[in-house]
Write a protein that binds this ligand. Structure first.
Ligand SMILES: [Zn+2]
Length: 408
Protein backbone atom coordinates (compact mmCIF):
# COMPACT_ATOMS: atom_id res chain seq x y z
CA UNK A 1 0.00 0.00 0.00
CA UNK A 2 2.83 2.32 0.86
CA UNK A 3 4.58 1.74 -2.47
CA UNK A 4 1.38 2.58 -4.29
CA UNK A 5 0.98 5.86 -2.54
CA UNK A 6 4.64 6.73 -3.10
CA UNK A 7 4.19 6.09 -6.82
CA UNK A 8 1.00 8.09 -6.92
CA UNK A 9 2.63 10.98 -5.10
CA UNK A 10 5.87 11.07 -7.08
CA UNK A 11 4.10 10.79 -10.41
CA UNK A 12 1.61 13.48 -9.39
CA UNK A 13 -1.26 11.34 -10.60
CA UNK A 14 -4.55 13.13 -10.79
CA UNK A 15 -6.84 11.54 -13.31
CA UNK A 16 -5.25 8.13 -12.85
CA UNK A 17 -4.78 5.65 -10.05
CA UNK A 18 -2.44 2.81 -9.15
CA UNK A 19 -4.33 -0.44 -9.59
CA UNK A 20 -1.69 -2.88 -8.50
CA UNK A 21 2.05 -3.23 -7.86
CA UNK A 22 3.61 -6.62 -8.54
CA UNK A 23 7.11 -7.94 -8.25
CA UNK A 24 8.18 -10.03 -11.19
CA UNK A 25 11.69 -11.12 -12.23
CA UNK A 26 13.20 -8.61 -9.84
CA UNK A 27 11.19 -5.73 -11.30
CA UNK A 28 8.35 -3.72 -9.81
CA UNK A 29 5.44 -3.72 -12.22
CA UNK A 30 3.08 -0.83 -11.61
CA UNK A 31 -0.35 -1.24 -13.17
CA UNK A 32 -2.07 2.08 -13.70
CA UNK A 33 -5.73 2.69 -14.46
CA UNK A 34 -7.83 5.71 -15.29
CA UNK A 35 -9.88 7.34 -12.59
CA UNK A 36 -13.33 6.99 -14.13
CA UNK A 37 -14.63 10.12 -12.43
CA UNK A 38 -12.65 12.27 -14.85
CA UNK A 39 -13.07 12.92 -18.54
CA UNK A 40 -10.23 12.18 -20.92
CA UNK A 41 -8.06 14.92 -22.38
CA UNK A 42 -6.80 15.07 -25.96
CA UNK A 43 -3.00 14.73 -26.09
CA UNK A 44 -2.75 17.21 -28.90
CA UNK A 45 -4.90 20.14 -27.78
CA UNK A 46 -5.50 19.24 -24.12
CA UNK A 47 -9.27 19.73 -24.28
CA UNK A 48 -11.58 17.36 -22.43
CA UNK A 49 -13.19 14.99 -24.88
CA UNK A 50 -15.28 11.80 -24.83
CA UNK A 51 -13.48 8.47 -25.06
CA UNK A 52 -13.22 6.49 -28.29
CA UNK A 53 -11.47 3.18 -27.61
CA UNK A 54 -8.67 1.59 -25.60
CA UNK A 55 -5.30 0.56 -27.01
CA UNK A 56 -3.13 -2.37 -25.97
CA UNK A 57 -1.09 -2.19 -22.78
CA UNK A 58 2.09 -0.15 -23.01
CA UNK A 59 5.15 -0.25 -20.75
CA UNK A 60 7.34 2.63 -19.70
CA UNK A 61 10.55 2.37 -17.76
CA UNK A 62 10.42 4.47 -14.64
CA UNK A 63 12.94 5.72 -12.05
CA UNK A 64 14.36 2.69 -10.19
CA UNK A 65 13.36 2.46 -6.55
CA UNK A 66 16.31 1.56 -4.28
CA UNK A 67 18.00 -0.05 -7.23
CA UNK A 68 14.94 -2.06 -8.22
CA UNK A 69 13.77 -1.45 -11.81
CA UNK A 70 10.27 0.00 -12.02
CA UNK A 71 7.98 -0.44 -15.02
CA UNK A 72 4.73 1.47 -15.51
CA UNK A 73 1.98 -0.42 -17.32
CA UNK A 74 -1.11 1.20 -18.72
CA UNK A 75 -3.53 0.72 -21.60
CA UNK A 76 -3.91 4.19 -23.16
CA UNK A 77 -7.33 5.22 -24.31
CA UNK A 78 -8.08 7.27 -27.39
CA UNK A 79 -10.34 10.29 -27.53
CA UNK A 80 -12.54 11.52 -30.31
CA UNK A 81 -11.49 15.13 -30.35
CA UNK A 82 -13.73 17.61 -32.12
CA UNK A 83 -10.69 19.51 -33.44
CA UNK A 84 -7.94 16.90 -33.81
CA UNK A 85 -9.86 13.73 -34.65
CA UNK A 86 -9.08 10.40 -32.98
CA UNK A 87 -6.02 10.92 -30.77
CA UNK A 88 -4.35 9.21 -27.80
CA UNK A 89 -5.38 10.70 -24.48
CA UNK A 90 -3.00 12.95 -22.56
CA UNK A 91 -0.93 10.84 -20.15
CA UNK A 92 1.06 12.84 -17.60
CA UNK A 93 4.08 10.51 -17.32
CA UNK A 94 4.78 10.22 -21.04
CA UNK A 95 6.00 12.36 -23.85
CA UNK A 96 5.46 11.38 -27.45
CA UNK A 97 6.36 7.80 -28.19
CA UNK A 98 9.18 7.55 -25.69
CA UNK A 99 9.49 4.24 -23.84
CA UNK A 100 10.76 6.16 -20.78
CA UNK A 101 8.62 7.91 -18.22
CA UNK A 102 9.16 11.68 -18.12
CA UNK A 103 10.65 11.54 -14.58
CA UNK A 104 13.14 8.88 -15.72
CA UNK A 105 14.18 10.98 -18.73
CA UNK A 106 14.67 13.99 -16.49
CA UNK A 107 16.68 12.04 -13.91
CA UNK A 108 18.99 10.45 -16.49
CA UNK A 109 19.37 13.66 -18.48
CA UNK A 110 20.19 15.65 -15.35
CA UNK A 111 23.02 13.25 -14.56
CA UNK A 112 24.10 13.22 -18.21
CA UNK A 113 24.99 16.88 -17.81
CA UNK A 114 27.41 16.07 -15.02
CA UNK A 115 29.09 12.83 -16.04
CA UNK A 116 29.62 10.76 -19.19
CA UNK A 117 26.53 9.09 -20.58
CA UNK A 118 27.90 5.59 -20.21
CA UNK A 119 28.64 6.30 -16.54
CA UNK A 120 25.03 7.40 -16.03
CA UNK A 121 23.88 4.17 -17.66
CA UNK A 122 26.13 2.08 -15.44
CA UNK A 123 25.00 3.86 -12.26
CA UNK A 124 21.32 3.39 -12.99
CA UNK A 125 21.54 -0.01 -14.67
CA UNK A 126 20.56 1.15 -18.16
CA UNK A 127 22.13 0.76 -21.56
CA UNK A 128 23.97 3.78 -23.00
CA UNK A 129 21.28 4.04 -25.64
CA UNK A 130 18.60 4.46 -22.96
CA UNK A 131 20.51 7.44 -21.58
CA UNK A 132 20.70 8.81 -25.11
CA UNK A 133 16.92 8.44 -25.46
CA UNK A 134 16.43 10.22 -22.15
CA UNK A 135 18.57 13.14 -23.33
CA UNK A 136 16.68 13.20 -26.62
CA UNK A 137 13.31 13.36 -24.83
CA UNK A 138 14.46 16.23 -22.67
CA UNK A 139 16.10 18.11 -25.56
CA UNK A 140 13.00 17.65 -27.75
CA UNK A 141 10.89 19.08 -24.96
CA UNK A 142 13.35 21.92 -24.38
CA UNK A 143 13.56 22.94 -28.04
CA UNK A 144 9.78 22.94 -28.29
CA UNK A 145 9.26 24.97 -25.13
CA UNK A 146 12.22 27.35 -25.09
CA UNK A 147 11.69 31.05 -25.58
CA UNK A 148 13.85 32.58 -28.31
CA UNK A 149 11.72 35.66 -28.87
CA UNK A 150 14.28 37.91 -27.20
CA UNK A 151 17.29 36.87 -29.29
CA UNK A 152 18.81 39.90 -31.01
CA UNK A 153 22.58 39.30 -31.04
CA UNK A 154 23.85 36.05 -32.46
CA UNK A 155 27.35 34.63 -32.79
CA UNK A 156 28.29 32.06 -35.40
CA UNK A 157 31.24 29.76 -34.95
CA UNK A 158 32.38 26.36 -36.00
CA UNK A 159 33.45 23.41 -33.97
CA UNK A 160 35.04 20.19 -35.12
CA UNK A 161 34.58 16.64 -34.01
CA UNK A 162 36.45 13.47 -34.87
CA UNK A 163 39.79 15.22 -34.62
CA UNK A 164 38.82 17.97 -36.99
CA UNK A 165 37.46 15.83 -39.79
CA UNK A 166 33.86 16.89 -39.44
CA UNK A 167 32.74 20.46 -38.85
CA UNK A 168 29.60 21.73 -37.23
CA UNK A 169 28.28 25.26 -37.49
CA UNK A 170 27.01 26.53 -34.19
CA UNK A 171 24.80 29.56 -33.63
CA UNK A 172 24.74 31.18 -30.20
CA UNK A 173 22.54 33.69 -28.44
CA UNK A 174 25.23 36.12 -27.27
CA UNK A 175 23.12 37.78 -24.59
CA UNK A 176 21.53 34.63 -23.18
CA UNK A 177 24.91 32.88 -23.58
CA UNK A 178 23.36 29.72 -24.93
CA UNK A 179 23.53 27.53 -28.00
CA UNK A 180 20.65 28.17 -30.37
CA UNK A 181 21.44 25.80 -33.19
CA UNK A 182 23.95 23.22 -34.28
CA UNK A 183 24.23 21.64 -37.72
CA UNK A 184 26.78 19.54 -39.54
CA UNK A 185 28.84 21.33 -42.18
CA UNK A 186 30.27 24.81 -42.52
CA UNK A 187 29.03 26.00 -45.87
CA UNK A 188 26.51 28.66 -46.77
CA UNK A 189 23.78 26.02 -47.03
CA UNK A 190 24.43 25.02 -43.41
CA UNK A 191 23.63 28.53 -42.26
CA UNK A 192 20.67 28.69 -44.66
CA UNK A 193 19.22 25.70 -42.83
CA UNK A 194 19.39 27.62 -39.54
CA UNK A 195 17.71 30.67 -41.11
CA UNK A 196 14.94 28.47 -42.51
CA UNK A 197 14.30 27.00 -39.09
CA UNK A 198 14.34 30.39 -37.42
CA UNK A 199 11.90 31.84 -39.93
CA UNK A 200 11.92 35.15 -41.78
CA UNK A 201 10.31 37.16 -39.01
CA UNK A 202 12.85 36.12 -36.36
CA UNK A 203 15.72 36.63 -38.81
CA UNK A 204 14.59 40.20 -39.37
CA UNK A 205 14.58 40.74 -35.64
CA UNK A 206 18.32 40.00 -35.36
CA UNK A 207 20.25 43.21 -34.73
CA UNK A 208 23.83 41.99 -34.86
CA UNK A 209 25.73 38.94 -36.08
CA UNK A 210 29.22 38.22 -34.88
CA UNK A 211 31.50 35.85 -36.81
CA UNK A 212 34.90 35.26 -38.29
CA UNK A 213 35.83 37.41 -41.29
CA UNK A 214 36.80 34.28 -43.16
CA UNK A 215 33.44 32.67 -42.68
CA UNK A 216 32.11 31.16 -45.91
CA UNK A 217 28.61 32.35 -45.20
CA UNK A 218 29.01 36.14 -45.14
CA UNK A 219 26.67 36.52 -48.12
CA UNK A 220 24.00 34.49 -46.37
CA UNK A 221 24.27 36.72 -43.31
CA UNK A 222 23.82 39.87 -45.39
CA UNK A 223 20.88 38.41 -47.24
CA UNK A 224 19.02 36.64 -44.47
CA UNK A 225 19.58 39.11 -41.63
CA UNK A 226 18.75 42.36 -43.41
CA UNK A 227 18.57 44.43 -40.22
CA UNK A 228 21.70 43.11 -38.60
CA UNK A 229 25.06 44.81 -38.18
CA UNK A 230 27.87 42.45 -39.10
CA UNK A 231 30.61 42.45 -36.49
CA UNK A 232 33.84 40.61 -37.06
CA UNK A 233 34.69 38.72 -33.98
CA UNK A 234 37.49 40.12 -31.88
CA UNK A 235 38.73 36.69 -30.82
CA UNK A 236 38.98 35.44 -34.38
CA UNK A 237 40.87 38.58 -35.42
CA UNK A 238 43.33 38.11 -32.57
CA UNK A 239 43.75 34.48 -33.59
CA UNK A 240 44.68 35.54 -37.13
CA UNK A 241 47.12 38.08 -35.69
CA UNK A 242 48.74 35.47 -33.49
CA UNK A 243 49.09 33.14 -36.46
CA UNK A 244 50.90 35.91 -38.35
CA UNK A 245 53.29 36.50 -35.44
CA UNK A 246 53.96 32.79 -35.20
CA UNK A 247 54.74 32.60 -38.91
CA UNK A 248 57.32 35.36 -38.45
CA UNK A 249 58.90 33.38 -35.62
CA UNK A 250 59.03 30.17 -37.64
CA UNK A 251 60.57 31.90 -40.64
CA UNK A 252 63.18 33.62 -38.51
CA UNK A 253 64.01 30.43 -36.64
CA UNK A 254 64.56 28.82 -40.03
CA UNK A 255 66.85 31.66 -41.13
CA UNK A 256 68.85 31.38 -37.90
CA UNK A 257 69.15 27.62 -38.12
CA UNK A 258 72.75 27.68 -39.21
CA UNK A 259 74.03 30.67 -37.22
CA UNK A 260 72.19 30.38 -33.92
CA UNK A 261 69.83 27.42 -33.70
CA UNK A 262 69.20 27.77 -29.98
CA UNK A 263 68.18 31.44 -29.94
CA UNK A 264 64.45 31.07 -30.66
CA UNK A 265 63.95 27.58 -29.28
CA UNK A 266 60.95 27.21 -26.99
CA UNK A 267 59.99 30.87 -27.35
CA UNK A 268 56.64 30.35 -29.06
CA UNK A 269 54.48 31.17 -26.06
CA UNK A 270 56.70 34.02 -24.98
CA UNK A 271 55.73 35.92 -28.12
CA UNK A 272 52.12 34.80 -28.28
CA UNK A 273 50.99 35.04 -24.69
CA UNK A 274 49.63 38.10 -23.02
CA UNK A 275 52.73 39.66 -21.31
CA UNK A 276 51.01 39.70 -17.93
CA UNK A 277 50.58 35.92 -18.13
CA UNK A 278 54.28 35.20 -18.57
CA UNK A 279 56.19 33.29 -15.93
CA UNK A 280 59.23 34.91 -14.31
CA UNK A 281 61.54 32.76 -16.41
CA UNK A 282 59.74 33.68 -19.64
CA UNK A 283 59.85 37.37 -18.74
CA UNK A 284 63.64 37.27 -18.28
CA UNK A 285 64.05 35.46 -21.57
CA UNK A 286 61.82 37.99 -23.33
CA UNK A 287 63.75 40.98 -22.06
CA UNK A 288 67.02 39.38 -23.21
CA UNK A 289 65.59 38.70 -26.66
CA UNK A 290 64.16 42.20 -26.89
CA UNK A 291 67.66 43.64 -26.82
CA UNK A 292 68.46 41.92 -30.10
CA UNK A 293 67.23 43.32 -33.34
CA UNK A 294 64.96 40.42 -34.22
CA UNK A 295 62.13 40.29 -36.72
CA UNK A 296 59.98 38.39 -34.27
CA UNK A 297 60.43 41.20 -31.79
CA UNK A 298 59.07 43.70 -34.31
CA UNK A 299 56.10 41.43 -34.95
CA UNK A 300 55.63 41.10 -31.20
CA UNK A 301 55.54 44.87 -30.73
CA UNK A 302 52.97 45.15 -33.51
CA UNK A 303 50.83 42.51 -31.87
CA UNK A 304 51.00 44.25 -28.50
CA UNK A 305 50.18 47.61 -30.11
CA UNK A 306 47.13 46.09 -31.80
CA UNK A 307 45.74 45.18 -28.39
CA UNK A 308 45.21 48.87 -27.61
CA UNK A 309 42.82 49.13 -30.57
CA UNK A 310 40.08 47.38 -28.62
CA UNK A 311 40.25 49.89 -25.76
CA UNK A 312 38.75 52.70 -27.82
CA UNK A 313 35.18 53.77 -27.22
CA UNK A 314 34.55 55.95 -30.27
CA UNK A 315 34.66 54.39 -33.72
CA UNK A 316 36.35 57.49 -35.20
CA UNK A 317 39.24 57.31 -32.76
CA UNK A 318 39.55 53.59 -33.18
CA UNK A 319 39.72 54.15 -36.93
CA UNK A 320 42.47 56.74 -36.49
CA UNK A 321 44.47 54.34 -34.37
CA UNK A 322 43.94 51.54 -36.87
CA UNK A 323 45.24 53.78 -39.69
CA UNK A 324 48.44 54.43 -37.72
CA UNK A 325 48.83 50.76 -36.93
CA UNK A 326 48.24 49.85 -40.56
CA UNK A 327 51.02 52.22 -41.68
CA UNK A 328 53.38 50.75 -39.12
CA UNK A 329 52.53 47.13 -40.02
CA UNK A 330 52.78 47.64 -43.76
CA UNK A 331 56.20 49.29 -43.30
CA UNK A 332 57.49 46.55 -41.03
CA UNK A 333 59.08 44.53 -43.85
CA UNK A 334 57.43 41.47 -42.26
CA UNK A 335 55.37 39.71 -44.88
CA UNK A 336 52.92 37.85 -42.56
CA UNK A 337 52.23 41.06 -40.62
CA UNK A 338 51.64 42.99 -43.85
CA UNK A 339 49.26 40.31 -45.04
CA UNK A 340 47.34 40.51 -41.76
CA UNK A 341 47.24 44.32 -41.98
CA UNK A 342 45.78 44.21 -45.48
CA UNK A 343 43.20 41.69 -44.40
CA UNK A 344 42.17 44.07 -41.64
CA UNK A 345 42.00 46.96 -44.07
CA UNK A 346 39.76 45.01 -46.45
CA UNK A 347 37.33 44.19 -43.65
CA UNK A 348 37.76 47.45 -41.77
CA UNK A 349 34.14 48.54 -41.87
CA UNK A 350 32.86 45.37 -40.24
CA UNK A 351 35.71 45.30 -37.74
CA UNK A 352 34.90 48.86 -36.67
CA UNK A 353 31.28 47.79 -36.20
CA UNK A 354 32.54 46.32 -32.96
CA UNK A 355 32.54 49.84 -31.51
CA UNK A 356 28.87 50.29 -32.44
CA UNK A 357 27.68 47.00 -30.99
CA UNK A 358 30.08 45.84 -28.32
CA UNK A 359 29.77 42.13 -28.89
CA UNK A 360 32.23 39.34 -29.42
CA UNK A 361 32.16 35.58 -29.34
CA UNK A 362 34.03 35.52 -26.03
CA UNK A 363 31.30 33.61 -24.26
CA UNK A 364 31.22 31.17 -27.16
CA UNK A 365 34.81 30.23 -26.44
CA UNK A 366 33.91 29.32 -22.86
CA UNK A 367 30.87 27.37 -24.02
CA UNK A 368 32.89 25.57 -26.68
CA UNK A 369 35.47 24.54 -24.13
CA UNK A 370 32.68 23.15 -22.03
CA UNK A 371 31.32 21.32 -25.06
CA UNK A 372 34.74 19.89 -25.77
CA UNK A 373 35.05 18.61 -22.24
CA UNK A 374 31.66 16.96 -22.70
CA UNK A 375 32.56 15.43 -26.05
CA UNK A 376 35.87 14.11 -24.77
CA UNK A 377 34.29 12.12 -22.03
CA UNK A 378 31.33 10.96 -24.08
CA UNK A 379 31.07 7.80 -26.00
CA UNK A 380 29.26 7.25 -29.26
CA UNK A 381 29.45 10.72 -30.75
CA UNK A 382 30.02 9.06 -34.07
CA UNK A 383 26.82 10.34 -35.52
CA UNK A 384 26.16 14.00 -35.93
CA UNK A 385 22.69 13.54 -34.42
CA UNK A 386 24.11 12.36 -31.10
CA UNK A 387 26.73 15.07 -31.24
CA UNK A 388 24.07 17.74 -31.75
CA UNK A 389 22.01 16.26 -28.97
CA UNK A 390 24.93 16.54 -26.56
CA UNK A 391 25.57 20.11 -27.71
CA UNK A 392 21.99 21.23 -27.15
CA UNK A 393 21.84 19.43 -23.84
CA UNK A 394 25.10 20.87 -22.56
CA UNK A 395 24.86 24.44 -23.85
CA UNK A 396 21.28 25.14 -24.88
CA UNK A 397 20.03 26.18 -21.43
CA UNK A 398 16.84 24.39 -22.39
CA UNK A 399 13.86 24.15 -20.07
CA UNK A 400 13.27 20.70 -18.58
CA UNK A 401 9.84 19.06 -18.42
CA UNK A 402 8.24 20.04 -15.10
CA UNK A 403 7.89 17.33 -12.46
CA UNK A 404 5.70 17.31 -9.39
CA UNK A 405 8.35 15.46 -7.43
CA UNK A 406 12.05 16.27 -7.28
CA UNK A 407 13.83 12.98 -7.97
CA UNK A 408 17.33 14.45 -8.11
ZN1 LIG B 1 -7.58 17.76 -29.63
Amino acid sequence: MLIESIIRKTLGLKRFCVKEVKEEDGQLLVYLAPDKRYKLACSRCGKKMPGYDTLAETRWRHVPLWGIPVVLIYAPRRVKCATCGVKVEAIPWTQGKSPLSVPLSVVLATWAKEVAWQVVGRLFGFHWNTVRKAVKDVVDYGLKHRDISDVVYIGIDEISRRKGHIYHTQVYDLIGKRLLWSGEGRSSSTLEAFCDELGTERCEQIEAVCCDMWAPYLDVIKERFPNAVLVFDKFHIVRHLIEAVDTVRKQEAWELKAANPELLKKTRYIWLKNPCNLTEHQRVRLSDLEKLNLKINRAYLLKEAFRRFWDYTYPAWAKKYLDQWFWWATHSRLQPMRRFAWMIRRHEKDILNYFKVLIDNGCVEALNNKAKSISHRAFGYRTSRTFNLAQYHGMGKLPMPPLTHKFV
